[in-house]
Design a protein around this ligand. Structure first.
Ligand SMILES: *[C@@H]1O[C@H](CO)[C@@H](O)[C@H](O)[C@H]1NC(C)=O
Ligand SMILES: *[C@@H]1O[C@H](CO)[C@@H](O)[C@H](O)[C@H]1NC(C)=O
Ligand SMILES: *[C@@H]1O[C@H](CO)[C@@H](O)[C@H](O)[C@H]1NC(C)=O
Ligand SMILES: *[C@@H]1O[C@H](CO)[C@@H](O)[C@H](O)[C@H]1NC(C)=O
Length: 366
């Protein structure tokens, strides 16, 4: 009897542990979206024989690796960084990215203290409300050439002048490193969220004084506002999730960013092109007047944004990795991670597909 009970108990445990939502998106010729059933702000890169992926999990920075761009079911995972409690970067870890700079690895991520709950004497200064008032950017360094074997260590906060900063990324141009991030005009604005740029001396050190900080994009078009075309104020209007994208043939530099609001169906990707030679000069950036990647209601693909870019295993194709929702009424919790191939237009700008679920052909060489 005891033996039977034990067997039954073990079976229940085995079933519970073995359960995961039916998800087998990749075979030898095709794959379907999503490639990961939950998650937001995906950041993928290819290095050696592997694809590496990280995304927001709020708690820590976890790195995954897989030999396949589209199949993450059996991916290995590794903890890169878990913050100690009681620090300004202990909670709400968002949008981690991992970059190879100066022969080391750098995780750049957003975090805040106390789970986004500023005391009333701080929040009272904001025009609407401003739960994100303490979000800042931080850097963790991984020494070594292999991201899987690197020794990771907390390095520094990036100077954003004690103001709101999220979704920071590195931008490289003509041997200069820049920090581009989502920012407010003033300390207690709440909205709009804009894109700011500062110069960096090292991957963990901003060199610009506040007077040199420039705002290179503000939500100005109807589609950058939420609800669409909002006329009365800037509440919820956001520019965030900036990513450098280089056309490998022409060398044109783009900054692809997310616009509108991340818990909303209108969330989309927008494009700035560096048309001059100085990223610190707002006039050297040209904004495309329409979103470049946006909801596709005919396939129930909504709220598509916060992308990163990689290439097929044989290097011949460009791929976008992004998050989106099937059900736009459930906000942030509905986001899943997707991937699609994209191309280039004759004028050198990226030509993104309509977001959808596939099946699509697997990446070339996979
Ligand atoms: C998942 O894919 C593998 C390999 O293509 C296949 O053997 C397996 O039967 C699939 N599982 C499900 C649940 O579809
Ligand atoms: C791969 O999956 C697609 C879509 O589910 C299916 O149509 C196709 O026959 C499969 N191919 C192989 C080789 O299993
Ligand atoms: C990192 O956070 C994730 C998401 O909350 C959690 O599942 C995982 O166990 C954490 N990893 C470690 C090593 O604490
Ligand atoms: C933590 O953040 C607060 C508010 O932005 C700031 O005044 C304080 O100096 C920060 N602490 C450290 C150790 O950086």
């Amino acid at each position: 009897m005891f033996k039977l009970l034990l067997i039954a108990a073990l079976a229940v445990v085995a079933i519970c542990q073995g359960y995961s939502p039916p998800h087998n998106s990749t075979n030898s010729t095709t794959f379907t979206n999503p490639i990961i059933n939950e998650g937001a702000d995906p950041w993928m890169f290819r290095h050696g024989d592997y694809y590496y992926l990280t995304y927001s999990n709020n708690v820590n920075v976890t790195l995954f690796r897989s030999k396949s761009l589209t199949d993450w079911d059996g991916a290995e995972s590794k903890l890169v960084f878990a913050p100690p409690p009681g620090m300004n970067y202990s909670t709400d870890l968002w949008a981690p990215e991992i970059h190879n700079l100066d022969d080391n690895w750098y995780v750049i991520f957003t975090a805040d203290p106390r789970n986004d709950s500023p005391p009333p004497e701080i929040e009272m200064w904001c025009d609407y409300n401003c739960p994100a008032v303490h979000h800042r950017m931080f850097v963790v360094e991984g020494k070594g050439s292999d991201p899987w074997e690197a020794e990771w260590e907390y390095k520094a906060e990036l100077d954003t002048y004690d103001q709101f900063a999220i979704d920071g990324t590195y931008f490289q141009h003509a041997d200069q490193l820049y920090h581009i991030y989502s920012c407010w005009h003033r300390k207690y604005d709440g909205w709009p969220a804009n894109l700011c740029i500062t110069k960096m001396e090292k991957p963990w050190m901003v060199s610009s004084p506040f007077s040199e900080r420039q705002i290179i994009s503000v939500p100005e078009y109807a589609w950058e506002k939420t609800p669409f075309g909002r006329a009365s104020n800037d509440r919820l209007s956001s520019n965030e999730g900036p990513q450098q994208l280089t056309n490998p043939t022409t060398g044109q530099q783009f900054l692809i960013y997310s616009a509108a609001r991340s818990d909303n169906r209108n969330y989309c990707l927008a494009q700035l092109e560096l048309v001059g030679d100085n990223p610190m000069n707002p006039g050297d950036w040209r904004k495309h007047p329409y979103p470049v990647f946006y909801q596709n209601p005919s396939e129930s693909a909504y709220g598509v944004g916060h992308a990163s870019f990689t290439t097929s295993p044989d290097d011949s194709e460009a791929w976008i990795v992004y998050h989106g929702m099937r059900d736009p009424t459930n906000g942030w919790g509905a986001r899943t991670i997707r991937a699609q191939k994209f191309g280039w237009n004759e004028d050198g700008t990226p030509n993104f597909p309509k977001p959808g679920y596939g099946p699509y052909e697997v990446p070339s060489g996979q």
